[in-house]
Design a protein around this ligand. Structure first.
Ligand SMILES: [Zn+2]
Length: 456
């Protein structure tokens, strides 16, 4: 598909400014519903190569960190000639962000940074990421694309239960709502009285937040019996893995027709770099914003088609903090084939988990997502559970507590426990002790839920 005519302006763009790349990239962004067939289309590949060339040069020239890294890997910016050259680039990780604290990996004059956002620092040191004006404009456009894909636009009222301030989610949702012409209701997380009041008085059509935060709100709506007064048709949630059971419960309690998973992480602008479409067949990601590789976390080699790997991202036009092969720790697989929704952007599956979430139990590596898949198939339990790992009499034990669903019958607990124990034994190949507890007894979180407690 590559013609000299199409390639020429891109070669030129590679040597010039981000503005030129942006212009080319915009011109090359998918215009029609041409089938991609599970891959990044030729058109997107050309955009990716131009963006990769620009990013490597920009990082090299703008940052001593990147210059040292690229020199060490013996990669000169001008030697990037095809997407295969990606393999020669060094891999980076969260520890590289810690090194440059408080403003790591910056490749522009600090005066060009117009805003910072930060992560919670739950798994290590807080990460602070800088944004230029152009970065914020790009992020808003990507995020707006997500809302359009979820069919959110003018006339919609969007209840934003995500965190504001240093967090990326609140600010991102608000800017994107305004960009698509929807009404942003920046209510934030917590304060259930206020949230319920806005839900019934302003009657938002869309609710967004972390999956845990939205579940908390949905359960409060259930407790107060407000569902009939709501007008919610769509839920958009991100920031953490969410089981089928949790999605079902959120949909039922809020009366929503669609639940969409939103992709993103603070290092990569924030949420809004991909979203589950209306066909609910994976998450379309914006391959004109970043290159996604799925690598084996141990060997750092690409996994085979359809296998689970760690998401490693390379940005294509991020100015303040460009990322080159940045390890996100998130695990997923690519989804092959063309999507029923007609979008030509490629897809990855919902997240299986994070590398950091994995725990070892009796020499078996287990992801919470595996447990969630088992619990989602069991009648009479809610989406909420936790796992405690202990060492008793020289032996590791695993105890899983799961809540009975609100309408569940305590007389069937024993049968349910046996069913889950059997499911864990047959699918994860370990023995666990399962106990069903009353609905509402496990702690809820408005941010992201912690479910595994290792006391060994
Ligand atoms: Zn789709």
């Amino acid at each position: 598909m590559s013609t000299p005519k199409a390639a020429a302006p891109l070669r030129a763009a590679a040597k010039t400014t981000p503005a030129a790349v942006r212009k080319v990239a915009a011109a090359r962004t998918v215009k029609t519903a041409r089938a991609v067939l599970g891959e990044v289309s030729d058109e997107l590949r050309r955009t990716q190569l131009a963006g990769l060339q620009w990013t490597v040069r920009h990082a090299y020239e703008g940052s001593t960190f990147w210059q040292a890294r690229l020199d060490k890997a013996k990669v000169a910016p001008e030697s990037i000639r095809s997407l295969d050259d990606l393999q020669r680039l060094p891999v980076t990780s969260a520890s590289d962000l810690a090194e440059g604290y408080p403003l790591p990996l910056v490749a522009v004059p600090v005066e060009d940074i117009v805003r910072v956002h930060s992560t919670s620092g739950t798994t290590g040191r807080r990460k602070i990421l800088g944004y230029t004006r152009q970065d914020l404009a790009d992020w808003t456009e990507y995020f707006a694309r997500c809302l359009r894909m979820a069919e959110v636009g003018r006339g919609d009222r969007v209840h934003i239960a995500a965190g504001f301030g240093l967090w990326t989610a609140g600010a991102g949702f608000q800017a994107a709502c305004e960009a698509v012409g929807a009404m942003a209701i920046p209510v934030g997380p917590g304060n259930m009285d206020l949230q319920c009041q806005f839900l019934t008085d302003l009657r938002p059509t869309v609710v967004c937040g972390t999956a845990s935060g939205v579940l908390l709100l949905a359960e409060e709506v259930g407790r107060r019996n407000l569902r009939e007064q709501l007008a919610v048709r769509t839920v958009i949630q991100g920031g953490e893995r969410c089981s089928d059971a949790m999605r079902r419960r959120i949909r039922e309690l809020l009366g929503a027709g669609h639940v969409h998973d939103l992709a993103g992480l603070t290092e990569l602008y924030g949420p809004g770099t991909g979203i589950e479409c209306r066909a609910h067949a994976g998450i379309h990601y914006w391959a004109d914003a970043y290159i996604l590789e799925l690598l084996d976390p141990n060997t750092l080699r690409p996994v085979r088609d359809g296998e689970i790997g760690e998401m490693v991202v390379t940005t294509l036009r991020k100015e303040a903090v460009p990322l080159i092969r940045y390890r996100t720790r998130d695990l997923t697989r690519l989804v092959p084939g063309a999507c029923a929704c007609g979008s030509t952007f490629p897809r990855h599956d919902r997240l299986v988990g994070r590398d950091d979430d994995m725990f070892m139990f009796r020499a078996v590596s287990i992801y919470p997502g595996q447990l969630e898949a088992i619990l989602s198939g069991v009648e009479g339990v809610s989406s909420e559970y936790d796992v405690t790992l202990e060492r008793k009499f020289g032996k590791d034990t695993m105890t899983v507590r799961v809540e009975r669903s609100p309408a569940g019958d305590p007389r069937t607990d024993e049968k349910t426990e046996a069913e889950i124990e059997h499911g864990i034994k047959s699918r994860i190949l370990v023995s666990a002790e399962v106990s069903v507890v009353d609905f509402g007894t496990l702690p809820r979180s408005r941010d992201t839920a912690r479910r595994v407690f290792d006391k060994r």
